[in-house]
Design a protein around this ligand. Structure first.
Ligand code: F6P
Length: 342
């Protein structure tokens, strides 16, 4: 029997557990035994393992987050960590690894290939910003939360004649803001790919008022850049092990500016971790199940240093190095959705 190790790293999202279940169950059918490493890359560094048999993954299809736990540990930033990983993999007799995560987690898997580690990656991030796949796990579920939030904001904005701003995640890519904004009928959609001008937002709101609409809903990605601030607005300047600052606050910045111009209060809702939690949507459960089985299949056919990707209805392998070379911004061909209506 072959032995697979699996780990989940980075910001979690709904659908990871469904992928774990698929890896374990399809792997078992194919003669692969799976063990889990806990807490992202910290697991193989410190040999933190959990057995992952078919019974251990029973009932987790519908559960958000990850039963393995997650971390933003970067072994390439910790002295001796890569050697510890190699030693753990040898000690645990791991034939191949499956890493589930965003560009940071999968980037480590790719770099470990140079050290002889056989790995397959599964793209998982609500931001949907991994290249060479149409969708990453978690995006569809987060979109449902955002759409529901916009629906709820609409009824109260309408009742109170208010401007309400919804800040959503999306560090470098505006998929959540754009697609959530379209699905939830936001009046102004702001994304990191296009710097925004507060006066232009103000003008849109005035234009709506002029045609009798006394409420407006703005959706803004945490990574959107106001032209005034010359860069993103950060909540904490301290960087994580992959060099990222924590973003947050651009919604409040915009609210203050618009409120001054309109001479009325503008309220902000930051959806924060609510959009990353909860049960996976049907589309994420299906994608996770297909990605999990594909990861086993790629490994059994010797396709390592690859990532599972979805292209239309097909699941295909793409080289991890290519997928991670650049984050995937919103396609310029979709920008027309930002200003589709007046
Ligand atoms: O996983 C990506 C992401 O959701 C980003 O949109 C966000 O900036 C980041 O995670 C925040 O994660 P945390 O606060 O858990 O580090």
């Amino acid at each position: 029997m072959l032995r697979a190790g699996v780990l989940t790293g980075g910001g979690d999202s709904p659908g990871i557990n469904a992928a774990l279940r698929s890896i374990v169950r399809f792997g078992f059918k194919q003669g692969v035994e799976t063990i889990g490493f806990r807490e992202g890359w910290r697991g193989p560094i410190d040999d933190l393992t959990v057995p992952l048999g078919v019974n251990d993954v029973s009932g987790i299809l519908t559960i958000g987050g990850t039963i393995l736990g997650s971390s933003r540990t970067n072994p390439f930033k910790i002295d001796g960590a890569v050697d510890k990983i190699l030693a753990t993999l040898a000690r645990e007799k791991i034939d191949f690894l499956i890493a589930i995560g965003g560009d940071d987690t999968l980037g480590v898997a790719h770099r470990l290939a140079e050290h002889g580690v056989k790995a397959v990656g599964i793209p998982q991030t609500i931001d949907n910003d991994i290249s060479m796949t149409d969708y990453s796990l978690g995006f569809a579920s987060a979109l449902e939360v955002i759409t529901d939030a916009l629906d709820r904001l609409h009824t109260t904005a309408f009742s109170h004649h208010r401007v309400l701003i919804l800040e959503v995640m999306g560090r470098d890519a505006g998929w959540l803001s754009l697609m959530g904004g379209v699905a939830g009928g936001a009046d102004v959609i702001l994304i990191p790919e296009q710097d925004f001008d507060v006066d232009a937002v103000h003008r849109k709101i005035l234009h709506r008022q002029a045609r009798g609409k006394h409420f407006s809903i703005v959706i803004i990605a945490e990574g959107a850049k106001p032209t005034e601030t010359n860069g993103q607005i950060v909540a904490e300047a301290e960087v994580d092990e992959f060099g990222h600052v924590r973003l947050g606050g651009v919604g409040q910045f915009l609210a203050n500016q618009i409120s001054q111009r309109l001479q009325m209060p503008v309220r902000v809702t930051n959806l924060a971790y609510l959009q990353r939690g909860g049960s996976p949507s049907p589309l994420d459960r299906i994608l996770a199940t297909r990605f999990g089985a594909a990861a086993i299949e790629f490994a059994l056919t010797g396709q390592f240093d690859m990532m599972t990707a979805v292209h239309g209805m097909k699941i295909e392998p793409v080289p991890l190095g290519d997928a991670l070379s650049n984050p995937r911004p919103v396609d310029a061909g979709l920008f027309y959705l930002l200003d589709l209506f007046e």
